[in-house]
Design a protein around this ligand. Structure first.
Ligand code: ADP
Ligand code: 5GP
Length: 201
């Protein structure tokens, strides 16, 4: 069996990663989103096991020590991580999987799983990014300022990714990522073979 594709979607906070991923999951039903573990308190409407697995800092630190994570990072004062066992299990069953994670985590995944396809989601402009972070209404003004400072730094990391997608409209960005997955599936290095195995011509 050919392993599923591991797709890493990253980019600055507020660029629209969550929004684009949700749309992508609608247009590509076979795709799954990995559920991360975090120490951030749940936002209104978030459910355990759906958006995140919520845990305490001490439990998270114990999980780091026990080697549970494929990658982990501290993002805006909270721990976030992707459990290795769940990712390996899904990929080996042929499931295509998205990791929607921050830039530090994306670098760790690329080091450990070089065949993962990494996508940097960029805003159409810094003004649009500021509008999106402010418009989301989940942060106070102090936190918005910090997220924007981090975002400016993070924008410089785009050249360490396999693909760059501008989140101009959600439909366009998700459509491009959908095409990237199709292209990844055609890679011979990933196991694509002609019908009949290619030896019969
Ligand atoms: P992230 O997951 O990268 O932090 P979100 O998905 O939470 O970002 O999006 C941040 C805000 O930007 C949300 O209010 C969302 O509705 C808005 N947004 C996302 N993509 C677009 C887009 N293409 N055009 C306009 N607004 C967008
Ligand atoms: P939020 O708190 O807004 O849901 O997420 C904050 C940031 O954490 C986002 O940039 C998101 O991509 C990132 N994030 C979510 N899950 C993970 C994870 O498992 N690992 C890493 N490294 N970052 C994550």
């Amino acid at each position: 069996m050919v392993e599923g594709i591991l797709l890493v979607i990253s980019g600055p906070s507020g660029v629209g990663k969550g929004t684009v991923c949700r749309y992508l999951l609608e247009i590509r039903k076979a795709l799954k989103l990995s559920v991360s573990t975090t120490t951030r308190p749940p936002r209104q409407g978030e459910q355990e096991g759906k958006e995140y697995h919520f845990t305490t800092p001490s439990r998270f630190k114990a999980m780091i020590k026990e080697g549970f994570f494929l990658e982990w990072a501290v993002v805006h004062d909270h721990y976030y991580g992707t459990r290795s066992d769940a990712v390996r299990e899904l990929l080996s069953s042929g499931q295509d999987l998205i990791l929607e994670i921050d830039i530090q985590g994306a670098e760790q995944v690329k080091e450990k799983v070089p065949e993962a396809a990494s996508i940097f989601l960029a805003p159409p402009s810094m003004a649009a990014l500021e509008e999106r972070i402010t418009g989301r209404g989940t942060e106070d003004s102090d936190r918005i300022g910090r997220r924007l400072d981090t975002a400016r730094r993070e924008m410089k990391a785009y050249d360490r990714y396999d693909y760059l997608v501008v989140n101009d409209t959600v439909e366009k960005a998700a459509g491009l990522i959908d095409s990237i997955i199709d292209a990844e599936k055609c890679k011979v290095s990933r196991g694509a073979r002609p019908p009949g195995g290619g030896g019969e011509c």
